[in-house]
Design a protein around this ligand. Structure first.
Ligand code: LRH
Ligand code: MN
Length: 433
């Protein structure tokens, strides 16, 4: 049985030794500064250590665009190698114990073996994802003109059956949620009857909803365009919310940060869905123009902070029905996917901890006294606080790396994997491109 290279815990603590000095110094200094604001730094370390986000199985392979994909060295070639990489990310950053699978890209031959393989790396399975935006070899009906909303009942039935299969697989893998994103829509005016298409969507989703186990949730993911370029059936949070209400208490609205028109106030959409008790959770990423699926916090870190400001406000107020599922959904076209996912997970923990730094009593006072400048200043003070020592200490105490990127590079993991994983002729890494 060929041995698969793994980064040893001993190597991680060896690497941590190199940074321990400056981390303790910075941590002590920050603790003093925060004490002046009556903030106990250990509470923030606990918050950092409690934060968890799921890794998308499709994110550990190199992504691409319609123009090209430039595969990297040591790419994972199947779900087991993807889980190896997810295990390595979890080992180094400690905040990613869950993996979100995409079917059929990750359809397991043996669910029990896959579940044990994951558990052996401290991993469990988060929300399942169906795929009725691509035709699979030998598929009876094409999704060219839609899936759950297709005018032809046999096509809709095929799409419903696929979602039911995802739920069955998820049950065997220990998942408790199912995400439905469909690209259904039109490229030209007149191509779709807007109301008819939405009616067909709800008819299909009611069948899928009926198959959900009692303790499961279904996540509706909206997107304003692509692959359809004129109209998209589930195009915005309002339509998603209406459908979640129509379907029932197990249906929620998932917010993919890249699925909104430029300059849309996403933190306000989050506040609305929290208030309406229908926030499913997130597909975190970042974007400059369209659904660019760039690394979280890489383009609009202040927006990410403002979104977590809404989430922490709800967490502290223990609002009903507030159990957001956090997932990354990114495409790594020019970076090492493992490095990007580690950095992105750390950016989420950063925004979460900074949101816990907001002086909420002072903010409420400024809001009620109509003092906009002070309100903004209170948020900015939290956003500009460098909480890196807290994140590093939380990782280190959790057995992870103080500096995950440097430790990963020093380990030679990618080089070892490029030897272990020679490219399989003709095999394409199952993924978006
Ligand atoms: C659609 C989407 C959806 C996934 C896919 C991989 O843009 O965000 O969440 O199924 O990307
Ligand atoms: Mn998504």
């Amino acid at each position: 049985m060929t041995r698969h290279f793994e980064i040893e815990d001993s190597f991680i603590s060896e690497q941590n030794q190199k940074s321990k000095g400056w981390v303790e110094e910075d941590f002590t200094y920050l603790a003093k500064r925060l004490r002046r604001q009556n903030v106990e730094i250990e509470n923030l370390v606990a918050k950092a250590a409690s934060f968890q986000v799921a890794i998308p199985s499709w994110g550990v392979g190199t992504g691409g665009t319609r123009f090209a994909r430039f595969p990297g060295q040591g790419e994972p070639r199947d779900i087991y190698e993807k889980l190896e990489d997810c295990g390595t990310i979890f080992k180094l950053v400690r905040s990613t114990p869950a993996v979100s699978l995409h079917i059929p890209w990750d359809r397991p031959e043996d669910s029990t073996r896959l579940r044990e393989f994951a558990a052996g790396r401290g991993l469990h399975f988060d929300a399942m994802n169906s795929n009725t935006f691509q035709d699979q070899p030998g598929q009876k009906h094409s999704y060219k003109f839609g899936s759950l909303t297709h005018p032809d009942a046999p096509v809709r039935a095929q799409a419903v059956a696929h979602n039911l299969e995802c739920i069955e697989l998820g049950k065997a893998l220990g998942s408790k949620a199912h995400t439905v994103w469909i690209g259904d829509g039109g490229n030209f005016p007149g191509q779709q009857h807007f109301r008819g298409a939405l009616e067909r969507y709800l008819e299909s989703m009611r069948e899928i909803y009926a198959a959900l186990p009692d303790d499961w949730r279904i996540f509706i993911e909206h997107k304003f365009y692509e692959p359809a370029f004129y109209s998209t059936v589930i195009n915005d949070w309002g339509t998603s919310y209406h459908c979640a209400r129509e379907l029932g208490p197990k249906a929620f609205c998932l917010v993919d940060l890249g699925h909104h028109a430029p300059n849309v106030n996403i933190e306000m959409i989050v506040a609305r869905l929290i208030q309406f008790g229908k926030l499913a959770g997130f597909h975190f990423n970042d974007s400059k123009y369209g659904d660019d699926d760039l690394d979280s916090g890489s383009i609009k870190p202040f927006q990410l902070f403002l979104i977590f400001n809404e989430l922490v406000d709800a967490e502290l107020k223990q609002l009903a029905n507030f159990q957001p599922a956090y997932m990354l959904d990114q495409s790594h076209n020019v970076t090492d996917p493992i490095e990007s996912l580690m950095m992105s997970a750390a950016e989420l923990v950063r925004a979460y901890v900074q949101a816990h730094l907001v002086d909420r009593a002072a903010l409420t006072e400024a809001q009620e006294k109509c003092d906009p400048l002070m309100a903004l200043n209170i948020l900015k003070q939290a956003f500009v606080t460098d909480v890196a020592p807290i994140l590093a200490v939380a990782r280190e105490r959790g057995g992870g790396a103080i500096d995950p990127i440097r430790t990963f590079r020093e380990s030679g993991y990618r080089r070892m994997k490029s030897e272990e994983r020679p490219v399989r002729k003709g095999a394409s890494a199952s993924g978006i491109v």
